[in-house]
Ligand binder design. Sequence first.
Ligand code: SAH
Length: 394
Amino acid sequence: MSEPSQGNRPNSVPPIVAGPGLSSGVSNAVPVEPERSHLLDMSSEGLTDWLVERGWPKFRSAQIQRWIYQRRAKRFEDMTDLPKDLRKQLDTHFDLFRTTLVAHQQAGDGTEKLLLQLADGGRIECVLLRDGPRRSICVSSQVGCAMGCVFCASGLDGVERNLTRGEILEQMLKLQHLLEVDERLSHIVMMGMGEPLANLPRVLDALSVAKDPDLGLGISPRRITISTVGLPPAIDKLAASDAPYHLAISLHAPNDPLRNRLVPVNKSIGIRAIIEAADRYFAKTKRRLTFEYVLLGDLNDSPACAQELVQLLRHRTAMLNVIPYNPVPGLPYQTPSSTAVHQFRKILLDGGINVMFRQRKGDEIQAACGQLRRLREREPQIVSIGNSSVTGAN
Ligand code: SAH
C-alpha cells in the first residue's frame, strides 16, 4: 500500500500520486515542494538504500530511525554517535521536520494542543492528552475534511488535501517532544482533522512506523484507534491490512433520516452498510468495536433516539462512546442538558449497552476537531504563544 520510496532520488521533485480520497477533488500533492526531501516521508528501506548508495553501512539506517522515533532527536546534529560527515550529508539532503509552530496551548488538565503550519501554508491541529498513566495523542489525517458533519469545525471549508506519511508522523513526534523524559506515548487516536479512511494508504504507512517496536514508536496496534465517519469499502481494506487497529465509528444518530442531516455523507452510504462493514471488521480482527455518538442538545438526545440505539447495538460486541457536544462558535448546536444526558444514559444502561460517557478534555483550548485552526485562520503572521497556559471557560 505504500508509495514508492523516494530514497534514491533525494534531490528530485516527488511524483504526484493520484489520491484515494473519497471525493475526486482530494489531492495528495504537496504544492510547494522544496528541493530537499522530508525524511519522514521516506520508508525504512528507502533510507537504507540512500545510505548504501553513498557508501554508508546499513546499520546507520536503524541508528537514525531510533534517534528520530525513540531518542527524540530534533536535529541531525543531535545524533551524536553518527559520523559528522553523515550528519552533514543528511542535513544537506533532508528536512527532518517541515512544519512550523503557529500556536501551542496548554490546559489546566494537562492537555496540550499544537497548531502546525505545513510547507504549503495549510494548517493542522494535533493534541496530547494526559490521563493517569496514559499519554494519548490525537492526530490529523487531512487538511480540512470532506465529510461535512454539520456540527464539526474541521469540515466547514471542505478538504484541501491529504497529509503525507511524513506530515502524519511529524505530528506524533512533535507531540512526543512535549513529554517529560520519564513520560512515554501510550495511545494514538486518529481523531484529529480529516477522515483517516479517505487517506488510508498514508495513514497506514504512518501507523506502521508508530507500531514498530524496533525502529518506530513501539505503540501496540491495540492502543491505536482509527476513527471514521464510516466508509464501508475502506473499512474492508483496513480489515485486510496486517494490523488489528481499534476501529471507532462515528454514528451520531440511530436512523438514516437523522444521520443524513447530521452527517451528510451518510445519504450515499446508509447506517446499515456501515454496521455490516463494522461486523465484518469485528469478525476478521476480533477487536471490539467502538461507536461514537456526539450528543447534541434537542437533536439526537431524545429518549426515542436512545431506544433506537439500544435496538441497533444490543446484540453486538461493541462499546458506545457518548460525547457531549463541544460547542463551535458560529454553529447553532448545543451541549445537551444534564436531564437529557441522564435519561439517555439510563435507557442505554437499562438496554444492556456497554456505554461510556466521555468527559470532555481540553475544552478551554478548543481541543475539538478543527476549532483552533478556525479561530486563528485569519491571522496574517505566524505567532508562537509558547507554553502559555490558557485559562477560560468551562
Ligand atoms: N472523520 C473521523 C475523525 C473525526 S474527529 C470521524 O468522523 O470519526 C473524531 C470525533 O469527534 C468524531 O466522532 C467527530 O464527529 C467528533 N466531533 C467533531 N466535532 C466535535 C465537537 N465539536 N464536539 C464533540 N465531538 C466532535
